[in-house]
Design a protein around this ligand. Structure first.
Ligand SMILES: O=C(O)c1ccccc1NCC(=O)[C@H](O)[C@H](O)COP(=O)(O)O
Length: 226
């Protein structure tokens, strides 16, 4: 997959269809009951069937045990597991081996110190999501609509793909791409009219803005445009 646009926290047939029609590469489904985007196993099954190979299905869990992961995988049939808790390197390795699915590890970022563990995670995960670190009193570790300092990623060199999330929206996603040169972007709050309520026009605007910014960053396109 080249540049990836992920719309996360989808929970209705209508907005899932909008994201697919608009060309989302990844569609994320949240299995975290404290989230306004939480989907039940039954809903995940129905929504998962709707995707029909048009995008990569991402199952998002937080410090889930094996039984929970097994249930989510059986229901959604995801192509990628997003581990968004404080799962250790060893736990990630264990999950990959047990379930035979690629893993995207979300790493919370607030300061440069948050990047010190990156090599260990990059050694076991298939993809990294750099997301804004949640405040201490937050009721969930992600999906909070708050960005981090993208300049912290300016000198990142990874052998695996990475994505950037946290507070992105149609108005700032291009800048995030320019600053970080990320291989993908991930959004939830920034395409919602209210917590958990995805907005079709915002989804379309976000995907369009992200594609245009990535196209502008492609060296061949830059060369031909000068
Ligand atoms: O989206 C949630 O509600 C959520 C709940 C628990 C753990 C992670 C969660 N979201 C993780 C994501 O991948 C979000 O897309 C990412 O944090 C960006 O969110 P936002 O800042 O709202 O765009």
């Amino acid at each position: 997959m080249s540049f990836a646009v992920k719309i996360c926290g989808l929970s209705t047939r209508e907005t899932l269809e909008v994201a697919l029609d608009a060309g989302a590469d990844m569609v994320g489904f949240v299995f975290f009951e404290a989230s306004p985007r939480h989907v039940s196993l039954g809903a995940a099954r129905d929504l998962g069937r709707q995707v029909k190979g048009r995008a990569l299905k991402v199952a998002l869990t937080v410090n889930a045990d094996d039984a929970t992961l097994e249930n989510c995988i059986e229901a959604l049939q995801p192509g990628l597991l997003q581990l968004h808790g404080d799962e250790s390197v060893a736990r990630i390795r264990d999950i990959r081996q047990k379930f035979g699915l690629p893993v995207m590890k979300a790493l919370p970022v607030a300061t440069a110190d948050d990047l010190t563990g990156l090599p260990g995670y990059a050694a076991v995960a298939d993809r990294i999501l750099f997301d804004a670190r949640a405040p201490k009193d937050a009721t969930r570790p992600g999906g909070l609509g708050v960005p981090f300092d993208w300049h912290l990623l300016e000198n990142i060199r990874l052998t695996i793909p990475f994505m950037v999330g946290g507070g992105l929206n149609p108005g700032n996603v291009a800048e995030a791409i320019r600053v970080t040169r990320t291989g993908g972007v991930d959004v939830s709050s920034g395409v919602e009219s209210a917590p958990g309520v995805k907005d079709p026009d915002m989804i379309r605007a976000f995907i369009r803005a992200a594609r245009e910014a990535d196209d502008a960053m492609t060296p061949s396109k830059i060369a031909s445009s000068v």
